[in-house]
Ligand binder design. Sequence first.
Ligand code: 5GP
Length: 191
Amino acid sequence: MKILHNRILKEGQALNENVLKVDSFLNHQVDPELMFQMGTYFKNYFKDKGITKVFTIESSGIAPAVMTAMQMNLPMVTLKKQSSKILKGDVYQTTIHSFTKGVDYELTLSKKYINSEDKILIIDDFLANGEAAQGAARLVEAAGAKVSGIGIVIEKSFQTGREKLTEKGYDVYSLARIAKLGKDLIEFVSE
Ligand code: 5GP
């Protein structure tokens, strides 16, 4: 997605070789027009997959996910990050290790918002080592539903996430794929 590449080059800050900061349009301030365009790309890629719901992980996945759901005319569900396990039986939960914060959290989904017939599109802001996306997929599968696609805004292709997800058979579509990060360096995967 050319326009996203340009924004990353113009405004992205590589904090080190592993972490990219895009606070000016995605992670802190949000550019709604750009989010809408991302939604169009995700819709066009996943439109023939029979998707019934769009899932995302709070909080930075919400903007691109809701714009995608709106254009696909589907509900959007936010998977919540909770610090501890909920012992009541009305939720699915799975433990995830946070790439950026270095801590574990419980990704949580109410049983009310999924059923075994659902075909879920998971959208997230970043793909690093695939912990968040795999956790989201575990929740979907715990409900007997299907993960019909994974849409990522920014994939860091030099980390292991894409490989892990494609090995498990998931269809991963990323709007920007970064090959290398470093001081004053952001290099994309050549298409
Ligand atoms: P993973 O679970 O794939 O290892 O990491 C993905 C999650 O960590 C995303 O949901 C995102 O919140 C966060 N993340 C991973 N890498 C980056 C990064 O380079 N920049 C930012 N802002 N967030 C990241």
